[in-house]
Design a protein around this ligand. Structure first.
Ligand code: THG
Length: 367
């Protein structure tokens, strides 16, 4: 039996004890923290997300705080998406690229004030990156990881639960917009967001000593709607076409290859990190694209530890970056990162550990 010993370098989130109490059975590591992944019944957790409301400990989505006169300037230097029209109270999905135009993270940017921003990050060390770039550019900005931990309520019933706890005004929040408030004196920010396409909110807890208390408020309030614990669901996010940076991308992937080109504005100023490379990549033509794969076979066959090669006429044309059983499509589905010359509609071969499997290339999202 494999066992995993948490230590001071692999941190629990403020909701970890509540997650254990609620029957947490499996976890992963993300941003050097424990990320809950399953409460033992993935199928039930999936249908609760599709039909009801699911409660997620996503405290691993760390905030990198930019504070000071140059906070907005640094945010724009870090992101090739034009932020000039971003208002206080607004969030935006912003790919971050390195100087080669390779995507290194895909945070949600929250503008809390003209001189205060959070980057709600995916799994890589943006604190180091932002600090180094701010210092090299001589900017007047302080970078920190504040005591802020998101909890997500996702699914078609999430809005009713959040409105019941916080007030009907949350129903008026637009996508990625947020507001700071208190719940029983617990300081939070409430945002319409979350890593699913089933709708919902994220509650950013601003006092890590009150995680269990906040978790239990939503757990109790959600009972009439059948709330239960869950985690970001690989099947749902794949059906919905959401990108997992670091999972679906490698260290050469640019935003255009993985359908994130719409979040890149090539006419941002020349001091934006990676913008010269992104302009060149766009001008030269993008070499790979991300498509959906529907695999043959009617038994669940998830991806193992590595990306699997995709071949066509005996030649390697790309990789399958993820693969999961879709309960709604009743098939194994995944993403291909594949030569741009290979079009939708083609059938390709996946070189799986269990043998070759045929798969059809389709547009994303699946659903
Ligand atoms: N919530 C918060 N922080 C996060 C995530 C989150 N940080 C890490 C990770 N998730 C960042 N990645 C994503 C990826 C996609 C979306 C959100 C965060 C998303 N995309 C929509 C889509 O692609 O359809 C909408 C994007 C748009 O059009 O603006 O929601 O989940 N706090």
């Amino acid at each position: 039996m494999f066992s995993f010993q948490p230590n001071t370098r692999i941190r629990p989130s403020p909701f970890f004890e509540a997650a254990i109490t609620d029957g947490l059975k499996a976890a992963n590591v993300y941003n050097r923290m424990i990320m809950p992944t399953s409460y033992g019944d993935p199928e039930a957790e999936y249908w609760r997300l599709i039909n009801g409301v699911s409660q997620w400990d996503v405290g691993v989505e760390r905030q990198v705080q930019l504070k000071g006169a140059d906070a907005g300037r640094l945010a724009q230097i870090l992101s090739p998406r034009d932020l000039s029209k971003c208002e206080v109270g607004q969030g935006k999905y912003v790919p971050l690229c390195n100087h080669r135009g390779t995507i290194i993270n895909d945070p949600i940017l929250l503008k809390l004030a003209d001189d205060l921003y959070w980057l709600s990050i995916a799994d890589s060390d943006i604190w180091f990156w932002a600090s180094a770039i701010a210092a090299e550019r001589g900017l007047d900005v302080e970078i920190s990881e504040p005591d802020v931990s998101p909890m997500a309520l996702q699914g078609p019933m999430a809005e009713d639960v959040v409105a019941h706890v916080i007030g009907d005004w949350v129903r008026g929040l637009k996508y990625f917009w947020f507001r700071e408030t208190e719940i029983n004196g617990i300081p939070v920010a409430v945002q319409r967001s979350g890593w699913s396409k089933q709708g919902g909110f994220e509650i950013y807890l601003k006092d890590g000593s009150r995680g269990t208390e906040l978790w239990n408020i939503f757990k109790e309030a959600g009972r009439p709607w059948g709330i239960g614990p869950g985690a970001p669901a690989t099947a749902e996010r794949t059906e919905s076409g959401l990108v997992s940076v670091g999972g679906d991308t490698d260290d050469l992937t640019n935003p255009f290859e993985v359908r994130l080109g719409k979040y890149v504005d090539l006419d941002v100023s020349d001091d934006v990190v990676g913008i010269h490379a992104l302009r060149r990549i766009k001008a030269e033509g993008v070499k790979r694209h991300q498509l959906g794969l529907v695999l043959e076979g009617s038994a669940s066959a998830p991806l193992g530890f590595r990306r699997e090669d995709i071949t066509r006429s005996g030649h390697r044309v790309g990789v399958m970056t993820n693969c999961v059983w879709s309960p709604r499509m009743k098939a194994n589905i995944g993403y291909a990162l594949i030569d741009a010359t290979v079009p939708v509609g083609e059938t390709v071969i996946i070189q799986r550990d269990q043998g070759e499997v045929a798969a059809k290339l389709v547009e994303l999202p699946f659903l």
